[in-house]
Design a protein around this ligand. Structure first.
Ligand code: ZN
Ligand code: ZN
Length: 621
């Protein structure tokens, strides 16, 4: 299942699908975007003005074109039948995509003037925001296909499995026979697809080649088990069954032979050196950062900001560790080295954690407490009519994220929002212990704040109040993740975690460690892709200087190699939101209200913070 998440990353890079936030931040990771995008937002509320109807019609025309050209995006938007189409990679397709970008960039840029010429009133800020998001998306896509050209070096971009799995796993979407017919159509195209895909690889990176091999191998069960099983369950017979069986077998063979070809290539690269570096390099990284993050600073600026935050956090952690030491270790001498000292204290505190069998239950009990706190402290309004349901992650979704939010989307106003929690029974006792030390008494609370209240769940709740199909589909990942990270800070500021009314240094230290992870992600991203950071340097940054476990650090190093300008998004969004709040505080003085700030900020949907900032700083007319 982890493979599917990485595949989405690959699609996101290739298509410039910037809305996808589906990369794992270790455990606390949002499968988030997978779900909100799975339901298509409705047209905005009944068009009040003729201009709105024409505006909406134009965006609808854009989406139809887009989905036709990019079926994976249609699947991500909840149109699973699009999985039946599988365009062949190649120059012809690249030219078609570039032409699409050019045509729609021009057409959307002309839209405001065209509407005005018809005597329509000017676009609303929300509509301007939609246009700006699409403009950025199309430019990013054009850049990706003309400059980045990752299809020539990232073999993991070629994987047909995810839309197939989507179709298999959506029993409510269409009757089994229909879904299997779509699957059959996709399977028929798989052999040609992988033949064309292999020809695209001009200068492959070994790291991405290995990722592709790992993911394709993981995906073989789809043909070997999942599809045959679905066929049996649907009791499909006759010609339909024979066709599906035949094409499934062909697809399996095609995938296996593609795998063999990739493995040969990997051996050649390993023996002869060569191949492209996994590093993006300064120029590509900076451009990608600008398109994807859409922040008010450039990549180098964010890196400097992260270094400064790291220094501040370590200073604070040092003070807290000294304060906590005597209570934990009595008269034992404190290590002179700062990292040793902080590490020892964190280690000791991590012993306090819930029993493995009580993990899901503990999360369940914290949600109402967080909701009550947010209401009592006047931080945000919640919507009791759309409660958050904590559940064990459904089997087919497990292993992706550990914890995630599934939202029904604005189309389905009565649907439940779920907080999916993987039970720990997949772990050995030793693994469970290590996991629970990481998500100890304090960290588990911060996780719930991030995922649920007032983090991702609350952001979605507010975003759904002003539904914009464009902001749902092409929204800004840095804003979404930034909000969840900001929510942690804001809860700490409000006094969450205090014991008997006194601030808890334990909670403060654990929060600092958690926040240091976000900061380190940004430092790592820039250092790996621009500054040639080595593996040893990366592990030192994460293990020694950010107090992460070996496993977490190694997984992060891997992720930093196979992704780019993604690990920066959390810190980028967070620091931009915090800066905006402080600026408004100074500007509005006595009149500043935290709750009003939060609600105004969230009312703009999943737009880049930079865009929301412009709207919020505008003097009222
Ligand atoms: Zn323990
Ligand atoms: Zn998140």
């Amino acid at each position: 299942m982890k493979n599917q998440v990485k595949n989405k990353k690959a699609f996101a890079v290739r298509l410039g699908l910037l809305a996808m936030v589906s990369l794992s931040a270790g455990f606390a990771l949002p499968a988030l975007a997978a779900e909100p995008m799975a339901s298509v937002a409705p047209q905005s509320q009944a068009a009040a003005r003729p201009a709105d109807a024409q505006f909406e019609a134009e965006l609808e025309a854009f989406l139809q074109d887009y989905w036709h050209l990019v079926p994976e995006a249609a699947v991500a938007a909840g149109q699973f039948e699009a999985a039946a189409r599988l365009p062949l990679p190649g120059e012809q397709r690249r030219q078609a995509l570039l032409a699409f970008c050019d045509a729609w960039l021009a057409r959307l840029a002309a839209l405001p003037t065209r509407l005005q010429a018809k005597g329509q009133p000017a676009l609303t800020p929300a509509q301007q925001g939609d246009l700006a998001l699409l403009d950025n998306h199309l430019r990013a896509m054009r850049w990706s296909w003309s400059e980045l050209r990752s299809g020539q070096w990232d073999a993991s971009e070629y994987n047909v499995a995810d839309p197939l799995a989507q179709l298999l796993n959506k029993p409510d979407y269409a009757p089994a026979a229909q879904r299997l017919a779509w699957i059959d159509q996709r399977l028929q195209q798989v052999p040609a697809y992988y033949r064309a895909a292999f020809q695209q690889l001009k200068n492959p990176s070994l790291v991405h080649l290995k990722l592709a091999i790992e993911q394709l191998e993981g995906g073989l069960t789809l043909y070997q088990q999942d599809i045959p099983q679905a066929l049996r369950q649907a009791q499909l017979r006759g010609a339909a069954a024979a066709s599906l069986q035949k094409h499934n077998a062909q697809a399996l063979r095609a995938t296996q032979s593609h795998l063999s070809a990739l493995k040969r290539l990997a051996r050649q690269l390993e023996q002869g050196g060569g191949g492209r570096s996994f590093r993006l390099g300064k120029a590509l990284f900076e451009t990608k950062f600008d398109y994807e993050i859409q922040a008010s600073v450039d990549a180098a600026g964010l890196y400097q900001r992260a270094l400064a935050d790291k220094a501040r956090l370590l200073q604070r952690m040092d003070e807290l560790a000294e304060q906590l030491w005597p209570g934990l270790f009595g008269d034992a001498a404190m290590p002179a080295d700062r990292f040793d000292k902080i590490g020892r204290v964190i280690d000791k505190l991590s012993e306090r954690h819930v029993a493995p069998q009580r993990f899901v239950e503990e999360i369940q009990s914290q949600i109402p407490a967080l909701a009550a706190w947010v209401t009592a402290h006047d931080l945000l309004s919640l919507d009791p009519s759309r409660p958050l349901v904590v559940r064990e992650t459904p089997a087919y979704m497990r292993g992706v994220a550990g914890a995630s939010i599934s939202a029904p989307g604005p189309l389905d106003p009565k649907g439940n929002t779920y907080y999916n929690v993987d039970p720990l029974d997949k772990y050995s006792p030793a693994e469970a212990e290590s996991f629970l030390r990481e998500y100890n008494h304090w960290m588990l609370q911060i996780l719930n704040i991030h995922e649920a209240i007032p983090g991702h769940y609350v952001q979605l709740l507010h975003a759904n109040k002003s539904p914009s199909k464009i902001k749902t589909l092409f929204g800004n990942g840095a804003m979404v993740e930034g909000w969840a990270v900001y929510a942690e800070r804001m809860m700490m500021e409000s006094g969450w975690g205090a014991v008997d009314g006194k601030p808890s240094p334990e909670m403060a230290l654990m929060y600092a460690k958690w926040n240091l992870r976000v900061v380190s992600n940004a430092i790592l991203d820039y250092s790996v892709h621009v500054l040639d950071m080595t593996e040893a340097q990366a592990l030192k940054l994460l293990e020694r200087e950010a107090f992460q476990s070996k496993t977490e650090a190694q997984e992060k190093w891997h992720r930093a190699q196979v992704s780019s300008a993604q690990l920066s998004s959390y810190f980028a969004g967070f620091s931009e939101i915090l800066a905006l709040r402080e600026q408004l505080k100074a500007q509005r003085g006595e009149a500043f209200r935290l709750k009003a700030f939060h609600e105004e900020f969230l009312s703009h949907g999943s737009a880049p913070v930079r865009m929301v900032r412009r709207l919020m700083l505008q003097p009222a007319e």
